[in-house]
Design a protein around this ligand. Structure first.
Ligand SMILES: Nc1ncnc2c1ncn2[C@@H]1O[C@H](COP(=O)(O)OP(=O)(O)OP(=O)(O)O)[C@@H](O)[C@H]1O
Ligand SMILES: C[C@@](O)(CCO)CC(=O)[O-]
Length: 571
C-alpha cells in the first residue's frame, strides 16, 4: 500500500477505511481494520458496520443545485463545495482493479463438455474504476462506455430481501455453481429497465453486463453497501474470443470482494498459497458473473483471467471446482492474433455445439474426444522435461495440433467464412499454423509462427483469391523473404480485408489492484497522480487507457515488467 495517498493532502490519515463515520472518534481503529483488505492482513476482516455508507469520495458528484458543473456529462464538484465540507469528514479514495483477456490455445468448446483445455492470459486487459459517493446518494451506477451503458439503481429499492433470505444467502466463501432462478427472477425487474430504448441486440448486451454486476452486488453486498460508481473500460475487443466477458466478471468480483474486505493483499511478500486463496475466491464469484453473461461457461476464461499465466483446465463435474494445473513453463510462443471483427455471442456458439450433440451424439462426442486428445498431446509435450519451444520439431508438433484442432472446430460448426479467409491468407504465406480461438463464429484466429522463414517463395498476397484454384505465385519476388517482411505484407493484406492484427504477449499477471487509484508516472506532483473517474473516461482509445492506467510499465525492458502501484496475487 502506498503511503502517498492523495487523501493525506486533504487531511486524511494513511489508511483507507471504507467506512469512517462522520461521528466516529475511533477512525484510527477503523482504518487499521480496513487496511487489512489490501495490505498485510491474512484474515478475512469483519463485515462492514452499519455506518458503512458514510463514505465520501474525493470527486463527489453533487446535485446541480449545489453549483456543480458538467464535464463530459459528469458532474464535477466546484472548489467551493470542497471547501465547505467539514474538515473532519473522511473521504474514500477511488480504487481500480484490472483483469487480462485470454487465448485458448487448445480445447475450446470441448472444455464446456468436461474435456481439457489449454489457455493463457494476454496483455490486453479490462480496467474497472470504483468511485465512492456521499452516503446521502444511496445509488449505485454502472458506467460502461465501451458499450455505452450508463445505468443507476437506487440501492434501497433493490431486492435485498430475496438475496439475504436465510435459504438463499450466499457468502463470499461459497462455491456457487448455478444461478438461483428465484434470485434471477427477483433481479429481473431491475434488469428489464436497463436501456429499454435500445434495439434488442444492444439491449441484450447491456442487460447481460448489468445482470453480472447486479447478481454479484446483491450476493456480496448488503443494503448498507456504499454508494459507488463502477466505471469500466477495456482494451479487449468484445465478443472476439478473447474472454472480454470473463474480464468484466473478474473485475466486478474482485472489486466487490475488496469492498466487503473478503480479500487480503495483494502485497509483495504474501505467501503464494495465500495468494492462491484470494484468486480462488475472486474466481468463484467471477464464474457467477460469467454465468449471467453467457449461460453455460466452462469457467476456463475467468480462471485464466483471475490467475493469469497459462493453465490446463478441466471441469468434469460442474458441482465441484475445476481442475486447474498451472503451466509454469508455458513457452513464449511466437503468436499472431487476428480479429475478424465479426462479433458474435459465446452463448450462441456454445448452444450450437449443444444442439449438434443432441442431434448427433456419438459423432459429436467423438469430435470432442479428439479435441481432448489434441490438448493432451500438447500438454504432454509442453510438460516433458526436454521440451524446447525453439526447436523446430517441437513447434511443428504444436503447430500440427493447432491445424487439427481447427479442423475439429470446423466440424463442430463454429467457424465462420471470415475465419476461413484469415486462415487461407496465412496458410498461403506458409508462416505458421492457424486456428480460431474462443467461441468462434467470428472473433479471433491465432497463428503459431514457424521459427524459420519458409523456403518457398510466398505469393504476393493480393493474388490470393478466395477460391484456392485462383491462387497464383508472384514470381517477381526475387529476394528470399524473411518472416518479418512476410508478416508486414500479410498485415497489409489482412487490413485491406477489414481484419485487425493484435500484438500481445502471453501468460502475464492475472487480476491486479491499484488501491488507491494513484500512479507514480514520474511527471506528477509529490505523492503521485490520482486517477479520478473523469480522467479515466477521457483517456483516448486503447493507447490512452494504457498510458493512463495500464499495468504494463511504460519503460519496461522485459515484457512482463509492471507499473509501480499495481499489485498482483502471485502464486
Ligand atoms: N468492455 C466491456 N464493457 C461492458 N461489457 C462488456 C465489455 N466486454 C464484454 N462485455 C460483456 O460481455 C459480453 C461478451 O461476451 P462473450 O462471451 O460473448 O464474448 P467474449 O467473452 O469476448 O468471447 P469468448 O467468450 O469467446 O472469449 C458482452 O455482450 C457484454 O455483455
Ligand atoms: C467456447 C468456450 O469454450 C470458450 C470461450 O472463450 C466457452 C467456455 O469455455 O465457456
Amino acid at each position: 500500500m502506498t503511503t502517498h495517498s492523495p487523501l493525506r493532502r486533504r487531511g486524511q490519515s494513511d489508511g483507507h477505511s471504507r467506512q469512517q463515520s462522520e461521528k466516529s472518534q475511533q477512525s484510527d481503529q477503523e482504518e487499521k481494520t480496513s487496511l487489512s483488505t489490501v495490505s498485510n492482513g491474512t484474515q478475512t476482516p469483519e463485515p462492514p458496520s452499519p455506518d458503512d455508507d458514510s463514505i465520501m469520495a474525493p470527486n463527489l458528484t453533487l446535485p446541480d443545485r449545489s453549483g456543480a458543473s458538467k464535464v463530459n456529462n459528469l458532474q464535477v464538484q466546484p472548489v467551493s463545495a470542497i471547501h465547505m465540507r467539514r474538515p473532519s469528514v473522511p473521504m474514500m479514495p477511488p480504487f481500480m482493479v484490472s483483469a487480462p483477456g485470454k487465448v485458448i490455445v487448445y480445447g475450446e468448446h470441448a472444455v464446456v463438455h468436461g474435456k481439457a483445455a489449454i489457455a493463457a492470459s494476454i496483455s490486453l486487459r479490462s480496467y474497472l474504476h470504483v468511485t465512492f459517493l456521499s452516503k446521502s446518494r444511496r445509488t449505485v451506477t454502472l458506467r460502461f462506455p465501451d458499450i455505452s451503458l450508463d445505468h443507476t439503481w437506487n440501492i434501497d429499492d433493490l431486492p435485498w430481501a430475496a438475496f439475504s433470505h436465510p435459504k438463499k444467502k450466499k457468502y463470499y466463501y461459497d462455491l456457487v455453481t448455478s444461478l438461483d432462478p428465484d434470485l434471477v427472477a427477483a433481479m429481473q425487474p431491475f434488469i428489464a429497465c436497463v436501456s429499454t430504448k435500445l434495439p434488442e441486440s444492444d439491449r441484450r448486451i447491456h442487460q447481460s453486463s448489468a445482470s453480472a454486476f447486479l447478481y454479484l452486488f446483491l450476493s456480496l453486498g448488503s443494503q448498507k453497501s456504499a454508494p459507488c460508481i463502477y466505471t469500466l473500460r477495456s482494451t479487449i475487443p468484445i465478443g472476439a474470443g478473447l474472454g472480454s466477458s470473463a474480464t468484466i466478471a473478474v473485475c466486478l468480483s474482485a472489486a466487490l470482494l475488496l469492498q466487503i474486505r473478503a480479500l487480503s493483499g495483494p502485497h509483495p511478500d504474501q505467501p503464494p498459497q495465500e495468494c492462491g486463496l484470494q484468486i480462488e475466491r475472486i474466481n468463484r464469484w467471477a464464474f457467477v458473473g460469467e454465468m449471467c453473461i453467457h449461460g453455460n461457461p466452462s469457467g476456463v476464461d475467468n480462471t485464466v483471467s483471475a490467475g493469469g499465466k497459462a493453465v490446463l483446465f478441466k471441469r468434469a463435474d460442474y458441482n465441484k471446482p475445476p481442475v486447474v494445473i498451472p503451466l509454469r513453463n508455458f513457452p513464449e510462443l511466437p503468436l499472431l492474433l487476428v480479429n475478424t471483427r465479426q462479433s458474435r455471442s459465446t452463448a450462441t456458439e456454445v448452444a450450437k455445439v449443444a444442439n449438434l450433440k443432441a442431434a448427433h451424439p456419438r459423432i459429436t462426442e467423438n469430435l470432442l474426444d479428439s479435441i481432448d486428445h489434441v490438448t493432451e498431446s500438447a500438454h504432454d509435450l509442453i510438460t516433458s522435461p526436454d521440451f524446447d519451444p525453439t526447436h523446430p520439431a517441437a513447434l511443428q508438433h504444436l503447430g500440427e495440433l493447432i491445424t487439427i484442432n481447427h479442423g475439429l472446430l470446423v466440424s463442430l460448426g463454429v467457424s465462420h467464412p471470415k475465419l476461413e479467409r484469415i486462415r487461407e491468407l496465412i496458410d498461403h504465406t506458409g508462416i505458421g499454423w492457424t486456428k480460431l480461438t474462443g467461441a468462434g463464429g467470428g472473433g479471433c484466429a491465432i497463428t503459431i509462427l514457424k521459427p524459420q522463414p519458409p523456403v518457398r517463395t510466398p505469393p504476393s498476397i493480393s493474388t490470393i483469391e478466395s477460391d484456392e484454384d485462383d491462387c497464383e505465385i508472384d514470381s517477381a519476388v526475387s529476394e528470399p523473404p524473411t518472416t518479418h517482411n512476410i508478416l508486414d505484407t500479410l498485415e497489409i493484406a489482412l487490413e485491406a480485408e477489414g481484419f485487425e492484427k493484435f500484438e500481445t504477449t502471453l501468460a502475464g499477471d492475472g487480476v491486479g489492484v491499484l488501491w488507491p487509484a494513484v500512479l507514480h508516472n514520474g511527471n506528477e506532483e509529490d505523492g503521485g497522480e490520482e486517477i479520478d473517474q473523469e480522467k479515466f473516461l477521457r483517456a483516448e482509445g486503447n493507447e490512452g487507457i494504457e498510458r493512463l492506467v495500464g499495468v504494463a510499465s511504460s519503460r519496461r525492458r522485459i515484457a512482463k515488467e509492471v507499473r509501480e502501484g499495481w499489485k498482483f496475487w502471485r502464486t
